[in-house]
Design a binder for this molecule. Sequence first.
Ligand code: AMP
Ligand code: FE
Ligand code: FE
Ligand code: ZN
Length: 288
Amino acid sequence: MEIASRHAGCVDLHVHSTASDGSLSPLQIIERAKELGLRAVAITDHDTVEGSAEALGYPPLPSLEILSGIEISADVPSGTMHILGYLLRLDDPSLRQTLKRVQRARANRNVRIVEKLQDLGLRVQYDEITSISGGGQVGRPHIAQVLVHKGAARSVGDAFKKFLRKGGPAYVPRYRLLPDEAIRMILGAGGVPVLSHPFTLDAKDEEDLEGLLVHLKEAGLKGLEVYYPEHGPKRTAQYERLARRHGLVMTGGTDFHGAAKPRVQMGIGRGDLRIPYRLVEELKAAKV
Ligand code: AMP
Ligand code: FE
Ligand code: FE
Ligand code: ZN
């Protein structure tokens, strides 16, 4: 109850469902968002719009707005770059076609990861992984969960550290869209491209990050995910400053994954995140 009253009227624009590596179905996400009293939520699954489309297929609720969303993993030489897309047409043929290509590459990569784990002497089978993925597409967090069940790792984080991280013994790279391609795909479907959790880019300093933002903005980037559980006050202030300086809309979300990331709660993050509805209005204004 206390949580519901503190977060009533807030939004969460970054949530993963069972369509990718989250553990709640789109319907369960809607129910949780209602309980929390959230005013808007966007399901932003990795490289798929299935979760978002399912959520938008339910009868509309007067108190909870559902925004369409996706999160694309982009190909960058170092660090991790994810690009969120909001308010996009989920049935755009070109979007669907590009995503199919990305999804096929992901499936091939997963099979090769399992082969590498088997070569390392671990008894894992591919169908054990698909059986816990809830019917959506498989990601490394599912493989990590199987490794935990088998006692090969203490936690999902430990499984990444021991086996699955970039450069780890069972790591297999996969085909990803280039940042410009991801941005163009989102714009082509009428959406608003937003850079996710900028700290994962591992920029050297503010100048380095700013250079990247300028390049992405030239490619069509429209927003920056400023409010995020891992962004402390200093980072948040820095991202607010950069967003203002470069005319990027500010967004925020928890990156809720359910059981795969149990310390982060929808709408709340690690306990103190409050993302105002005003950001949704600014996002809508950025859609041309
Ligand atoms: P994939 O999309 O299959 O390459 O897996 C990437 C996903 O794994 C990310 O979106 C996170 O949800 C998760 N992830 C990445 N690194 C870690 C880590 N060190 N610990 C836990 N989860 C991670
Ligand atoms: Fe994820
Ligand atoms: Fe992400
Ligand atoms: Zn995410």
